[in-house]
Design a protein around this ligand. Structure first.
Ligand code: IMP
Ligand code: MG
Length: 184
């Protein structure tokens, strides 16, 4: 899809083309929420969002999950520019222990997989009952480590994407669709 993004104002998205339009995102996230609801029936969940990129996806996903759940966030050092350094640092930790809890880790995109690998290893040391991964996007062409993604929104090609929480140098997170940005 190559329709151009008609949005003015501060998002300045003239150089962004729509890859996944809003209705497709909505339908897919609703269906992912139904899958989570079915899989965890009767089990209270802790949904952990990886800041900052997951915040919009998480907000939509939890509203599509019909289970008792709590939400927490973990902040990690962001990506400089557009390519992963593989160096991950926790900048803001969870507010509650996850020992014995069923955890759903929510990420915007699995690119090289290095961030998720680090987070999964880190969370495992806290002895949760289980950890599953929900990722809106996956770029299989860039994988350096294999990450088990239990709930995957879309597989995409090796293009730099923005919107729906994902940024380019801190901006464009507020686009309501997933778009492909010209890399600065
Ligand atoms: P990984 O460690 O290479 O898997 O990178 C994961 C993180 O890099 C994601 O959580 C995003 O914050 C960021 N990232 C990777 N690809 C993109 C992209 O295409 N657009 C925006 N951010 C990206
Ligand atoms: Mg991220």
């Amino acid at each position: 899809m190559t329709m151009s993004a008609e949005r003015g104002g501060s998002s300045g998205s003239a150089d962004v083309r729509v890859l996944i339009p809003e209705p497709e995102l909505r339908a897919r996230v609703t269906s992912m929420g139904a899958d989570v609801t079915r899989d965890y029936l009767g089990k209270p969940l802790v949904v952990i969002g990886v800041l900052k990129g997951s915040f919009i996806f998480l907000a939509d996903l939890v509203r599509a999950i019909d289970l008792p759940l709590s939400v927490d966030f973990i902040g990690i050092s962001s990506y400089q520019g557009t390519r992963s350094t593989g160096v991950v640092q926790i900048t803001s930790d969870l507010t509650r222990p996850i020992e014995g809890k069923e955890v759903l880790l929510v990420e915007d995109i699995v690119d090289t997989g290095l961030t998720m690998r680090y987070l999964l290893d880190n969370l495992a040391t806290r002895r949760p009952a289980s950890v599953r991964v929900a990722a809106l996007l996956e770029k299989p062409a860039r994988a350096q480590v294999k990450i088990p993604i239990d709930y995957r929104g879309f597989e995409i090609a090796d293009e730099f994407v923005v919107g729906y929480g994902l940024d380019r140098d801190g901006e464009l997170r507020n686009l309501p669709f997933i778009g492909v940005a010209r890399v600065k």
